[in-house]
Design a protein. Structure first.
Length: 382
């Protein structure tokens, strides 16, 4: 009788090694890395070749000793992509199945509502696939980073995309992209990015506070992203702090760059941008110093709230404002006075944090797909 899919543990182990450790490897190297006998690995490689999941890349040369055949996952097995939709910039990366970027493109975001942003993202993805020479290769997964609270298919509070009402962003993307779409909040993905490849790589419980046009937080608890019941965990712009600039949740001016720039220009209309404000503060301008200090106190209130509720080991600051050394230094000094002091770090991924998280999410999904192919129907009579 047919017993259904039967796992192939040795083939799965070999494929997992090739997927997670980029670069071709010999069967002997795979045997050592996987803790398997050489005959077992030889059989596993043969099986994976028959499934189109491994291919021979020829002989390793230039080293003493016997030559050995190199194996890797074939290009035809598929690729993954990450899309980071920001209020100012749209970034797209197309990667191989290990998550290594092959092409990365950036364009100013055409923030005229979600529909226009979806069109632009899909067009840029197609362009990036051509640049990566992966236009004809299956797209195994696409991680998508977006501003706003993501509740399954719907995105709310994506004002900096020109979208004032809740919008089914997932369905629009899924209809236009020929592969699985994994939609998530941008700061949540920044937290995943920092956890995998950034300042949070050695941490278990931490928060990322992104301070750009607005403010948001991504929270990792015991190594797992904390999303909340409605995908709104970390929407710290809604905190009723003493210094909140926001009046109601319907107002787009969160405690971040938009409001800070508005206040600064009220004092000096010649101010170019928020970076100009911080430069003036660093030079000793009293009015600029006062505004920057006020912003630091706002962020400290958010850190204090996260400390009381989540008790993170560390808070990582990112975003156009959050990555500023002056702000990070002052917030760190304030955080050191909390009942349970918190380390404050600047992001090591900077503006790429959300894109890195989107790629990591897509890569995980693709690996799960490919590893599932190592299962094969097994028949017997009984």
């Amino acid at each position: 009788m047919n017993r259904g899919p039967t796992p192939m543990p040795s083939a799965r182990a070999v494929l997992d090694r090739l997927l997670t450790h980029a670069g071709p490897q010999t069967r002997s190297e795979l045997a050592v890395a996987c803790g398997l006998s050489r005959p077992t690995v030889f059989a596993a490689v043969e099986r994976l070749e028959s499934l189109g999941l491994v291919e021979s890349l020829g002989q390793r040369s230039g080293l003493p000793g016997r030559t050995a055949t190199l194996y890797d996952v074939p290009v035809a097995a598929g690729c993954v992509a990450g899309i980071d939709i920001g209020g100012s910039n749209l970034r797209v990366a197309v990667c191989d199945v290990s998550g290594t970027p092959l092409a990365e493109l950036t364009r100013p975001t055409q923030a005229r509502g979600a529909e226009s942003v979806v069109r632009q993202a899909v067009e840029l993805l197609a362009e990036a696939r051509v640049a990566a020479e992966r236009a004809a290769v299956p797209l195994l997964a696409v991680g998508v980073s977006t501003p706003g609270a993501v509740d399954e298919r719907t995105v709310r509070y994506a004002w900096n995309l020109g979208q004032e009402t809740p919008y089914d962003l997932y369905s629009q993307l899924a209809a236009a992209i020929d592969g699985p779409v994994l939609l998530e909040n941008n700061v949540n993905l920044a937290a995943i990015g920092e956890h995998r490849h950034g300042a949070g790589a050695s941490l278990s419980t931490f928060a990322v506070i992104a301070i750009g046009a607005g403010v948001g937080a991504g929270i990792m608890h015991n190594g797992v992203l904390l999303r909340g019941a409605h995908g709104a965990a970390g929407e710290v712009g809604f905190l009723p702090t003493a210094r909140a600039r926001r009046g109601t949740p319907a107002e787009p001016d969160e405690a971040g760059g938009l409001a800070l720039l508005r206040e600064a220009r009220a004092l000096d209309p010649a101010l170019r941008d928020v970076q100009d404000l911080f430069d003036r503060a660093r030079a000793g301008d009293d009015r600029a110093l006062s505004l920057v200090e006020d912003e630091c106190l706002r962020i400290h209130e958010i850190v204090t709230a996260l400390s009381a509720v989540v008790d993170p080991e560390t808070v990582i600051l990112t975003g156009g404002i959050g990555d500023n050394e002056l702000l990070a230094t002052r917030v760190a000094a304030l955080a050191a006075t909390l009942p349970v002091p918190i380390n404050i770090l600047r992001s090591t991924l900077a503006h790429r944090a959300s894109l890195v998280g989107a790629i990591a999410t897509a890569t995980d999904h693709a690996h799960a797909q490919l590893l599932s192919r190592t299962e094969t129907p097994h028949s017997s009579t009984g």
